[in-house]
Design a protein around this ligand. Structure first.
Ligand code: KIV
Ligand code: NA
Length: 277
């Protein structure tokens, strides 16, 4: 498949062709996303929960994210690669934000970075864009700051809050972001945002009227054990398949059915007889 560039996403929006984004966190998930023909891979800080076992996105470090992003880079060729800047890696100053973004490009080979929220985050986005690194914004439910912004609930459910989400989106567009993720907002809030934003808007729990959709790899494949958010659709039940496979292996080791003769190595008869001497 041809390499996806930002201009391709803009062209898809113009043609009303939905943009497909999915998260990936390692080499095999990147290969799967690439083979499935997605447009954008997000090395989401959801990795904190899906692959590292933290109970929120807050604790994941830059180094952890870079290790995952580099593995994704080695597994994917066509999709555009965007990495989340983790919490604490861009809030302090524009300089800190640019330094972190540069690490994702130089050390992990990412094409772009993503950060959460408008306001000060829009200023960080502008600084990163000035440094030559494309930035994706993220409005609505912003998990890194959920404790400060109303918890893990949909945003924009009042007119005032919908306007706040719209304002953040406009700030991010004005900061030079090439696209925005809109997470967990009512379809009415999304309808108010879409005509006022010219860059691609990729929704997750934002309804069908965005320019594309994103889902977490482990959610859509049914790898994650926890409860899923309202907006998740399960397209497979991979966790169950994996448990079945490992259980079958354990059963066969215990019964002696594995390994079978075809899994063993041999020795030439002459060597075997010398060994017996
Ligand atoms: O970290 C993540 O997976 C995300 C997506 C849900 C947009 O930010
Ligand atoms: Na994220």
């Amino acid at each position: 498949a041809p390499v996806v560039r930002i201009a391709d996403l803009v062209a898809k929006k113009a043609r009303h062709e939905p943009i497909v984004m999915v998260t990936a966190y390692d080499h095999p998930s990147a290969q799967v996303a690439d083979a499935a023909g997605v447009d954008v891979i997000l090395i989401g800080d959801s990795a904190a929960m899906t692959v590292l076992g933290y109970d929120s996105t807050v604790p994941v470090t830059i180094d952890e994210m870079i290790m995952l992003a580099a593995a994704v880079r080695r597994g994917a060729t066509a999709p555009l690669l965007v990495a989340d800047l983790p919490f604490g890696s861009y809030e302090v100053s524009d300089q800190q934000a640019v330094a972190t973004a540069i690490r994702f490009v130089k050390e992990a080979g990412c094409d772009a970075v993503k950060l959460e929220g408008g306001g000060q985050s829009a200023s960080r986005a502008a600084a990163i864009v000035r440094a030559g690194i494309p930035v994706m914004g993220h409005v609505g439910l912003t998990p890194q700051t959920a404790n400060a912004t109303g918890g893990f609930r949909a945003r924009g459910q009042t007119a005032d809050d919908a306007v706040a989400v719209l304002r953040a989106a406009i700030e991010l567009e004005e900061a030079g972001c090439f696209a925005i993720v809109a997470e967990a907002i009512p379809v009415q809030a999304c309808a108010a945002i879409m005509p006022r934003i010219t860059i691609p808007v990729i929704g997750i729990g934002a309804g069908p009227d965005t320019d594309g959709q994103v889902l977490v790899f482990h959610d859509l494949l049914g790898i994650f054990a926890g409860p899923a958010a309202r907006f998740v659709r399960r397209y497979a039940n991979v966790r169950e398949t994996m448990i079945e496979g490992v259980t079958a292996y354990a059963d066969e080791v215990r019964s002696g059915a594995y390994p079978a003769p075809e899994h063993t190595y041999g020795m030439p008869a002459e060597e075997a007889s010398r060994l017996r001497e």
